[in-house]
Structures are given as C-alpha cells and as structure tokens.
Design a protein around this ligand. Sequence first.
Ligand SMILES: [Zn+2]
Length: 97
Amino acid sequence: MDMFIDVDERQIRLERAKARALRKQGWWQNKIAKGLCHYCGRTFAPKDLTLDHIVPLIRGGLSTKGNCVPACKECNNRKKDLLPLEWEEYLRHLENK
Ligand SMILES: [Zn+2]
C-alpha cells in the first residue's frame, strides 16, 4: 500500500522512548487532567486516557507534542484494529453525532 512508509525498528523504538518521556511532563499531565478524549470528545478519568500518536509511529509519525493526543481506551483500541480508511470513517461518524 502506498500509505505505508517503511520506518525502521530503531526509529520506532526511539519515538516510543520519547513518548514515555513526554508522558511524565507537565504538558501531558495538564492535558490528561482535563480528561478529554481527542477523538470522541468524551470525558474520562486521567488514568483512563492513553497517549495516542495521530500519525502512528509505524507510518512515520513522531513523538512530538503536535502528534501526541489523549485518547480513551475505546478509541485507542478501535484505531489499532481499523485500517486508516475505516478509522477516518469512524471519526466522521463521531463528528456527525
Ligand atoms: Zn474516545
């Protein structure tokens, strides 16, 4: 598929480590303290929000503040299970609610 960028394992490991460091920062703590899931817009307890990469690491996404958002477990699982197109469909469905 054209959408896939071949990212090497080393870069992914590096970005995962960066994401772990980001999670400890005040910037992230403030974000999850608000409790808002970036995708569905529902409110959750901070412990129920996970750090999600808008552009997944395996597709070349980086652990930058702009690419890291809080996501509830439901959205996170869905994103993992769906193809990029199906995921876009899901987001559109949420917007129309
Ligand atoms: Zn959500």
